[in-house]
Design a protein around this ligand. Structure first.
Ligand SMILES: Nc1ncnc2c1ncn2[C@@H]1O[C@H](COP(=O)(O)OP(=O)(O)O)[C@@H](O)[C@H]1O
Ligand SMILES: Cc1cn([C@H]2C[C@H](O)[C@@H](COP(=O)(O)OP(=O)(O)O)O2)c(=O)[nH]c1=O
Length: 197
């Protein structure tokens, strides 16, 4: 089973993901962008480059996803493991959907979903850590171009569209709560997911 964690920068995904390692020690913990491949390195260069072309950046993130799928996600799923990924394809739909808003693409989010549809493995469940853009930008320190409140407001609107389209896949958690409350809510959601599996 594939469970993904999604949300704005600063929503607390990484904090939760790290804590889950103790409670779900048998699961495979992974993330996008990857941190153990040259594809991930290329993505991180694009994140740090304010002049990086948004369409080129989409394809770098998508290349990293393809490698992540074939090298980590599919083998683990084939072996019957529970895979928990800190960010996954919805991040592309929401973030690059926003950064390509003013491009020549008519419907950027639909275009990006179309690119993925032919090869990706959709998540079984997605835990969405919901936080307002101002809190997100303040918590993340606004250190890169993706962490500005105005941009994050557009990203959040895209996540809302994704949730509206697939309400049964998403579990929304109020991420403005304390870290302990957020973790308790995520663990309760995961327990329910695994009980239903
Ligand atoms: N529920 C929370 N309340 C307040 N601060 C939080 C909470 N969760 C995480 N943080 C803090 O916010 C910052 C970003 O958290 P992080 O887990 O890295 O978020 P993300 O991976 O979603 O960007 C960190 O400094 C972290 O300690
Ligand atoms: C996976 C992914 C991340 N991103 C962005 C979100 C983050 O601003 C940045 C790095 O992701 P990440 O390291 O997960 O940042 P954080 O822990 O702060 O949430 O890359 C995309 O724009 N598209 C993507 O497909």
């Amino acid at each position: 089973m594939l469970v993904t964690l999604e949300g704005l920068d600063g929503s607390g995904k990484t904090t939760v993901w790290e804590a889950l390692r103790d409670t779900y020690s048998d699961a495979v913990f992974t993330r996008e962008p990857t941190d153990d491949s040259w594809y991930g390195e290329a993505v991180n260069r694009a994140i740090g480059d304010d002049d990086a072309d948004p369409l080129a950046t989409l394809f770098l993130f998508t290349a990293d996803h393809a490698d992540h799928l074939s090298r980590v996600v599919r083998p683990a799923l084939d072996a019957g493991e529970l895979v928990i990924s800190d960010r996954y394809s919805d991040s592309r739909y929401a973030y690059q959907g926003a950064s390509l808003r003013d491009s020549d693409l008519k419907r950027p989010m639909e275009y990006i979903m179309g690119i993925h549809a032919a090869f990706t493995r959709p998540p079984d469940k997605t835990i969405y850590l919901d936080v307002d853009p101002e809190t997100a930008a303040a918590r993340s320190g606004s250190t890169n171009k993706f962490e500005q409140a105005a941009y994050l407001a557009e990203v959040r609107a895209n996540y809302e569209r994704l949730i509206e389209a697939e309400p049964e896949r998403f579990i929304r958690i109020d991420a403005t709560q304390s870290p302990e409350e957020v973790l308790d809510a995520v663990e309760a959601a995961l327990d329910d997911i695994l009980a239903d599996a």
